[in-house]
Design a protein around this ligand. Structure first.
Ligand SMILES: Cc1ncc(COP(=O)(O)O)c(C=O)c1O
Length: 389
């Protein structure tokens, strides 16, 4: 029977990680997978996570099932972090999910169930958004979001795409730290987007996967909070993979915001029923750790300060790299004003393969680099190699 199937390609970024791990050259760098590496080249565990895991090991007295919506206290603590005071002004219902990917899949399934047929996704964009929404049966429409050679965000084109859309549509937005461009939306951009979406009846799905890695924990949620307050309904997909360094534990949540508690609860019941048919309930461990940190002032303070150190270190590496790459591509000076883990370089596939084979520099075939994968000590050499490609 399996012979009637066709072989499916592996995830290119995960495949790249596998290739990198087998590369024994001493100077090899992995700028592919979106994970934070420290100056030792390790993807670290947060101090607060280690402590919370120890506490959990001592205190946890059962491994019984949790409900399909997950841990409600975790969800409350998380919504305070993401939605802030503005989030409290909207009726909100959340469901804990296996990572941000799980949250996005539930969002897509429920949007489809509610009759939405098409999803607007900018270009370039994190590839998985396209796959997730297509898997849920939505038609994907791309619009130009960012121009790589000039490193500019195409705000007018974004607004044109929304003006041409309508109530059958969904728009996926990155709360910040845009993957792959690092392009920054200002608060006035967010207000105009919210206005455009509300006017046309488009349902926003806002993806927040890098809170704390852009301009700060509060700052990175400002646009999202603004938007949620301005549109009648929204879905907010949260990933804690990077923000708490809990990648493999699969921690995330999907929140529905609405005008009334009744509408939010209907959304939650649908999110839960989709989850039930997919995986029944989310894994508990990572969310329990994140909840412990969010509810304990001392752990929260330590986690916040470690995250802030990471953010500042990435920003420094980003500006060092930008100034070196701008020698060949002046437009890349703009990289230092971009935010988060990623930027996208104006390289073709042959140059990217050359970087990998001859210099041990692993990056996605679209030219995306994960700046947080670079050690400060490697910036000069890597920049010199890239400039010479
Ligand atoms: C923009 C964006 N959204 C969501 C995710 C989902 O992450 P996870 O499913 O690991 O929580 C990622 C991961 O790379 C991402 O880059």
């Amino acid at each position: 029977m399996f012979k009637v199937l066709t072989h499916q390609p592996t995830d290119p970024v995960l495949a790249l990680m596998g290739l990198f791990e087998r590369d024994r050259r001493p100077g090899a760098v992995d700028l592919g997978i979106g994970a934070y590496r420290n100056e030792q080249g390790r993807i670290p565990i947060f101090r607060a996570v280690k402590l919370a895991e120890q506490m959990l090991w001592r205190e946890q007295d059962t491994k019984s099932y949790i409900g399909p919506a997950g841990d409600l206290e975790f969800l409350d603590a998380l919504w305070s972090l993401v939605g802030g005071a503005a989030g409290g002004t909207r009726a909100t219902a959340g469901v804990q999910t296996p990572g941000g990917t799980g949250a996005l899949r539930l969002a897509a399934e429920v949007a489809r169930r509610a009759g939405r047929q098409r999803v607007l996704i900018g270009s370039p964009n994190w590839r998985d958004h396209v796959e997730i929404f297509e898997a849920a049966g939505l038609r994907v429409e791309r619009y130009p979001f960012f121009d790589v050679p000039s490193q500019t965000m195409l705000f007018d084109r974004i607004m044109e795409a929304f003006a041409a859309a309508g109530p059958g549509d969904v728009a996926v937005l990155h709360a910040g730290c845009h993957n792959p461009s690092g392009a920054v939306l200002s608060l006035s951009h967010w207000s105009a987007i919210a206005d455009g979406l509300a006017r046309r009846g488009i349902l926003p799905v806002i993806d927040i996967a890098y809170q704390g890695f852009g301009q700060g924990l509060e700052e990175d949620a400002r646009g999202l909070r603004n938007l949620v307050a301005q549109v009648p309904e929204a879905l907010v997909a949260v990933s804690l993979s990077k923000t708490f360094g809990l990648y493999r534990e699969r921690v995330g949540a999907i929140f529905a915001t609405a005008a009334t508690d009744g509408a939010a609860e209907i959304a939650r019941s649908n999110l839960v029923s989709v989850a039930r048919a997919l995986y029944l309930m989310p894994p508990a461990h990572g969310a329990a750790v994140a909840r412990m940190i969010l509810q304990d002032a001392r752990l929260k303070q330590d986690w916040t300060s470690e995250l802030e150190d990471m953010r500042l270190r990435i920003a420094l590496i980003r500006s060092m790299l930008a100034s070196r790459l701008a020698v060949r591509w002046p437009a890349l000076a703009a990289m230092s004003d971009q935010e988060g883990l990623f930027s996208i370089l104006p390289l073709d596939e042959a140059q990217i393969m050359n970087a990998r084979s001859n210099h041990g520099i692993y990056m996605s075939l679209c030219g995306r680099i994960n700046i947080a994968g670079l050690r400060m000590a490697d910036v000069d050499r890597v920049a010199t190699d890239i400039v010479r490609l």
